[in-house]
Design a protein around this ligand. Structure first.
Ligand code: SAM
Length: 220
């Protein structure tokens, strides 16, 4: 059960650009109520055993012959169902608002634009870079298009500079924006940082909305 209709937008983006892969480390900015995080978790965990942090108990390491979950790995003694093992998350979700937990997703309720939020995320990542950063962040809309446009572009810029720091070379970055003029200049900036930059309007995004997504591939 997807939590938000917006989840279909990330599904469409991923169908076209293939950004999410098993084992990918991802950050979801502006994640609440959690639709995009669910789509990330589907792609990151569904086709592989989630990384093992530690076995739950000595007993849980016994192979259960009745289990329908067969390990594709050579060590069949490891528990293979999500419920059987303690796992290390590889998805981090940030939002101003609280969010119901999702298995495999570390939820951080904070204002992404604050330096403390970036420091916290950096610490949670334990010094490792990520493969994918997505941002569906949207400000509270004022109803004045030019202001809403600029505020959204500010969030995009913030996410871009964060990605400069924590996204691995070759990694992908996606951010939502609202058309309004300055996105052309922002696209030029993105092109200096990524080898491919595309503007994508998902079919699931309302046709009368001026929102679209920058999909940036191959961080330089
Ligand atoms: N992608 C989400 C999903 O599929 O459930 C929907 C995201 S919603 C369109 C935009 C979110 O951006 C809101 O939940 C809002 O709280 C969040 N947001 C806006 N500004 C933010 C900020 N400075 N820091 C963190 N989250 C922010």
């Amino acid at each position: 059960q997807l939590r938000a209709r917006s989840a279909f937008k990330l599904r469409e983006i991923d169908e076209k650009y293939r950004l999410i892969f098993p084992g990918a480390r991802c950050i979801d900015c502006g994640a609440a109520p959690g639709g995009w995080s669910q789509v990330l978790a589907e792609g990151v965990y569904s086709r592989q055993q989630r990384p093992l942090k530690r076995p739950q108990t000595a007993d849980s390491n016994q192979k259960d012959s009745t289990s329908s979950h067969k390990s594709s790995q050579s060590d069949n003694s490891l528990p293979t169902s999500l419920h059987e093992m303690e796992t290390a998350d590889s998805i981090w979700a940030v939002d101003l608002l609280p969010m119901e937990p999702i298995s495999g997703v570390t939820v951080c309720q904070m204002d992404f634009t604050l330096p403390q939020a970036k420091a916290r995320l950096r610490a949670l990542l334990g010094g490792e870079l990520v493969d994918l950063i997505v941002s569906d962040m949207a400000p509270s809309f004022t109803g004045t298009h030019s202001i809403d446009h600029i505020r959204t572009m500010n969030l995009c810029e913030d996410a871009l500079y964060f990605a400069q720091d924590l996204l691995r070379p070759g990694g992908a970055f996606v951010c939502k924006f609202i058309m309004g003029g300055t996105e052309r200049e922002f696209k030029l900036l993105l092109q200096t940082k990524y080898t491919k930059v595309r503007v994508f309007k998902p079919k699931s995004s309302r046709a009368d909305s001026s929102e679209a997504y920058f999909v940036c591939l191959g961080k330089r």
